[in-house]
Ligand binder design. Structure first.
Ligand SMILES: Nc1nc2c(ncn2[C@@H]2O[C@H](COP(=O)(O)OP(=O)(O)OP(=O)(O)O)[C@@H](O)[C@H]2O)c(=O)[nH]1
Ligand SMILES: [Mg+2]
Length: 278
């Protein structure tokens, strides 16, 4: 069968371990990205939520469109928003977690979510030191590990994606840095798809050049603007795609939310011509 989604062994193992652990936990903390709170939900959360209470944290509040994010906070029950880099929102999250602490022992919790949403950074902030590895690429944490501070026993877990997702779902996650570009046909492919999405959703103002009707030409113009040139004055389209996606996902092109409550999920955006790799 062709490989259309990214689901390496550490995700399968992490998923199995989390399910085994769930009974021993008091509460689960699910981290999602504020810029796509529906599309970045964990594929495990439905089954885990049947067993244990869930606290939701929407990370990267600093990069999200504040008005749209306010709609999400109203619609998602028990959701905290946080700028984890600045530790904003942490004291409320900590207070909520400690509500589940039994009198006779520390509270046991697991931090779960898809890749690169800030799980390990949240854990470090709760533990009070840099214990777990943090990095701005998906797949930094590869295993389930326990950490401790006063009153809390916390599990960090690898980012886990849905192995049965539609191929296009990972395309959208690649725009946020939550899935690898090479699984969706590379940076050029991912960036062209993003140009189409932004044009289709009335967000063309985030494209750093005047868009052309043909998305690939738009990316070429972006490549020229970013100086991604090779011999003969041609544009290195792969590098142009990478620079565009990096500028978009880091917030340098502005704050955004890709979806609103009750609207179309960004992950369901269909780019029929996208070339998803086998
Ligand atoms: N601007 C901003 N960056 C954040 C926030 N939360 C996390 N990050 C950044 O996001 C990147 C990923 O953070 P990690 O904690 O490694 O994410 P993770 O979910 O553990 O990732 P995996 O282990 O790969 O699944 C890092 O560069 C963090 O600094 C936030 O609230 N705002
Ligand atoms: Mg991690």
């Amino acid at each position: 069968m062709p490989r259309t989604v990214w689901y390496p062994g550490h995700m399968a193992k992490g998923s199995r371990k989390l399910r085994e652990l769930a009974e021993r936990l008091d509460v689960i903390v699910e981290v999602r990205d504020s810029r796509a709170p529906s599309s970045t939900s964990s594929p495990l959360i439905k089954s885990l939520a049947k067993i244990k209470p869930v606290i939701r944290v929407l990370s990267r509040k600093d990069l999200a469109d504040p008005e749209k994010l306010a709609l999400w906070v109203n619609s998602l029950k028990f959701a905290h928003t946080a700028d984890l880099r600045k530790r904003e929102g942490i004291s409320q999250i900590r207070r909520d977690i400690l509500k589940f602490k039994p009198a006779h022992r520390e509270v046991r919790l697991a931090v779960v979510g898809i890749p690169n949403v800030g799980k390990s950074l949240l854990l470090n902030t709760l533990v009070g030191k840099s214990s777990a590895s943090v990095g701005n690429i998906p797949g930094v944490t590869k295993s389930v590990n326990w950490y401790k501070n006063e009153g809390m026993l916390i599990v960090d877990s690898p980012g886990i994606l849905d192995p049965h997702a539609e191929p296009g779902a990972h395309m959208m996650l690649s725009w946020l840095g939550c899935a690898k570009a090479d699984v969706v046909g590379g940076w050029e492919n991912s960036a062209i798809s993003l140009v189409k999405f932004l044009t289709h959703s009335g967000m063309a103002g985030m494209i750093p050049v005047e868009p052309d009707e043909i998305p690939a030409v738009t990316l070429e113009l972006i490549g020229r603007k970013y100086g991604c040139l090779i011999s003969g004055g041609r544009v290195n389209m792969e590098l142009a795609g990478q620079k565009f996606i990096e500028a978009f996902s880091s917030g340098r092109l502005g704050r955004f939310c890709l979806e609103v409550p009750g609207g179309e999920r960004a992950v369901d955006f269909h780019d029929d011509e996208a070339d998803i790799l086998d």
